[in-house]
Design a protein around this ligand. Structure first.
Ligand SMILES: [Mg+2]
Length: 137
């Protein structure tokens, strides 16, 4: 089974990172990141060209994503380049996706795709994720 994590507001959270690491370590899942971000931070034109501080901020944000991926053991990172994830989940063969954007990602994916999208809110998401993957916590 393939499981993807949104980054901002999701895998950026420490409690979610622990879960992602657990799934990687179980060795029976393909675990990846699926983020709406640009793969090249210079595409955030206004901030990139606005100031050195803005550029540095973007570079730091970009590096942080790769640092977290490395920390939890994820090697596959998919950037949608600001396209909706519903266009990608089937192509990427993702069975389960965790995301903090209910209205524009979770609900749309569950409506349009084979993928089961789970809303990463304050409570319940972890059990829902493990249940969807058919494993015990
Ligand atoms: Mg998010």
């Amino acid at each position: 089974m393939k499981v993807s994590f949104d980054y901002d507001g999701t895998l950026a959270r420490h409690d979610v990172q622990e879960v992602a690491k657990d799934l990687v370590e179980r060795g029976i899942f393909d675990v990846c990141i699926l983020t709406t971000r640009y793969s090249n931070p210079s595409k955030y034109k206004r901030l990139w060209e606005g100031s050195e501080a803005g550029k540095q901020y973007l570079l730091d944000q970009h590096q942080e994503l790769f640092d977290v991926a490395k920390k939890v053991g994820i090697t596959e990172i998919n950037f949608t380049e600001f396209e909706w994830k519903t266009k990608f989940v089937d192509k990427l063969g993702i069975d389960v996706h965790l995301d903090d954007n209910f209205r524009e990602e979770v609900s749309v994916i569950n409506w349009k795709n084979k993928t089961k999208a789970i809303y990463c809110d304050g409570v319940g998401w972890k059990k829902e994720l493990y249940d969807a993957l058919g494993i015990e916590e």
